[in-house]
Ligand binder design. Structure first.
Ligand SMILES: O=P(O)(O)OC[C@H]1O[C@H](O[C@H]2O[C@H](CO)[C@@H](O)[C@H](O)[C@H]2O)[C@H](O)[C@@H](O)[C@@H]1O
Ligand SMILES: O=c1ccn([C@@H]2O[C@H](COP(=O)(O)OP(=O)(O)O)[C@@H](O)[C@H]2O)c(=O)[nH]1
Length: 457
């Protein structure tokens, strides 16, 4: 049987506490099959990039590489998170392009390829993840790697004209044709990729998911919406009432309903817009005052990038402003927390929450939305308020779908969720949990790897 080799910038090393969807999902996928996980060690070395660390744990070999301060700044904080991340989330206004960081990005991809190529066998199945590693297959092929290589993009693929706004976009996005299979979260992402290849990438679209690159190389493309480990989360959530921290939160609510948001502190998650909508809810629905508390969990993310630091300052002020305007001595409408929690605690919080409030401006998938549904008590499930711009909105048809830019619409949806009768909550939840049970993280992995194995060579 072929060995699975997963490559991603972020690796969930044994014992580490991860709060990004990619690491959480790949950890679940690799636990199933075993294999090799290759990527950045998370360490910034004093001098040079390239020191390799190896460890083995429960059937998985972890091989990770240190990056120098310069490469960490140029590759991760720079081209990946100041250029590609905003571009891929439709935020051309925030794109900070720089030839130096682009060179660092290319250099780190070449370094990863150099370290990985010598560990690969021809019958390995290599699965590369996300925007940090778009040109990795091209670099591996240059080094003679003949194994099948697939790529999965966890974030959205934006409209073609946005991608074309990036200087030298062909170098980065044209490199995708070196893969055998390219996977996207949704059908819309696939369509936009095809548009880009046809209009600006010098490619030809020969049918749905059949793209020929400028150099004549053929690549398959398809949509594979990422799932969660539904059964494991359902079971974790059903036991969460015993956790002391969850019992404390429960009693602190004093019988009030809980609305919950859980998001990395990232501008793509629409947090200021969500705070504004919650303020609108307080202004419009005064009769509901005192009956609902909004808890926002927002672990700090990418603090090396200025726009993330500015967002943190803005939210601190905003939370204070809302509470200053609406709190009573015995009720604080917003609780704002910057810590990271393990899944055992999060599932307990999801289950306590009558409302899941998830309103990103753009999101590849949003696993939190799926986790919220999986964690509900089937006898008394909560209601999900979800942005139409999250990839998860395609599957979670029982949610109250909202436009996150429309603060009145979101405020109305919060009120509707708070008042929703039990029967309606059950009906909506049933259709969502059925989908999450049918197409979970294991089905996603099998689906992608089957499609990769079937690619023509
Ligand atoms: O590694 P970080 O810079 O700390 O960021 C965390 C991860 O954020 C992004 O996650 C995406 O993947 C999720 C799973 O497919 C998806 O649900 C979500 O919509 C995406 O935003 C990023 O794409 C990962 O590379 C990061 O590791
Ligand atoms: O305190 C936290 C906050 C988030 N997460 C996890 O981080 C992931 C976030 O994934 P999502 O797709 O929602 O967004 P991303 O952060 O990847 O953009 C989910 O599995 C969350 O359960 C976590 O474990 N602890």
């Amino acid at each position: 049987m072929s060995r699975l080799v997963v490559v991603s910038n972020r690796v969930a090393l044994p014992g580490s506490n991860q709060n990004g969807g990619l690491a959480v999902a790949l950890d679940a996928a690799l636990r199933d099959s075993g294999g090799l996980w290759f990527g950045w060690s998370g360490k910034v070395a004093r001098e040079h990039s390239g020191e390799v660390h190896e460890e083995h744990h429960e059937g998985i070999d972890y091989v990770t590489v240190d990056l120098s301060r310069e490469d960490y700044e140029g590759h991760y904080n720079g081209f990946s998170n100041r250029t590609l991340w905003p571009l891929l989330h439709f935020r051309l206004d925030l794109v900070d392009y720089n030839v130096g960081t682009q060179a660092a990005y290319r250099g780190v991809n070449a370094l990863f390829a150099e370290k990985l190529a010598k560990r690969l066998r021809d019958d390995d199945i290599v699965w590369v993840h996300d925007y940090h590693l778009l040109p990795l297959a091209q670099e591996l092929r240059k080094r003679g790697v003949r194994a099948r290589i697939g790529f999965f993009l966890h974030v959205p693929f934006p409209s073609a004209d946005i991608v074309a706004g990036l200087p030298n976009h062909e170098q980065t996005f044209g490199a995708l044709v070196a893969y055998d299979l390219v996977g996207f979260q949704t059908e819309r992402d696939l369509e936009r990729f095809q548009d880009y290849m046809r209009l600006f990438g010098g490619g030809e679209v020969q049918g749905r998911g059949e793209v020929r690159g400028q150099d004549g190389r053929q690549v398959r493309a398809d949509a594979f919406p990422i799932g969660i480990d539904t059964a494991a989360l359902e079971s974790l959530a059903s036991r969460s009432g015993r956790i002391a921290a969850i019992r404390r939160v429960h009693s602190s609510l004093n019988g009030r309903m809980l609305a919950l948001g859980v998001d990395r502190l990232d501008y793509s998650k629409g947090l200021p817009e969500r705070f504004r909508a919650f303020e609108r809810f307080l202004e419009k629905y005064t009769k509901l005052h005192g009956s609902l508390t909004y808890l926002q969990i927002a672990p700090v993310s990418r603090g090396g990038v200025a726009s993330y630091r500015a967002l943190r300052r803005e939210l601190e002020q905003f939370a204070g402003h809302i509470n200053g305007g609406h709190a009573h001595p015995d009720w604080t409408p917003v609780r704002y927390v910057n810590r990271t929690y393990p899944h055992a605690t999060l599932t307990g919080l999801y289950r306590l929450a009558r409302i899941g409030l998830i309103t990103p401006l753009r999101d590849g998938m949003n696993l939190v939305a799926k986790e919220y549904v999986a964690a509900q008590d089937p006898a008394d499930p909560g209601a999900l308020v979800l942005s139409i711009f999250a990839g998860a909105a395609r599957e979670l048809d029982g949610a109250l779908l909202v436009n996150p830019f429309d603060s009145d619409g979101v405020a109305d949806a919060i009120a509707a969720a708070a008042k929703m009768p039990l029967e309606e909550r059950r009906e909506r939840w049933q259709s969502m949990i059925t989908r999450l049970r049918d197409y979970d993280i294991h089905a996603w992995r099998k689906d992608f790897l089957r499609a990769l194995a079937e690619t023509q060579r």
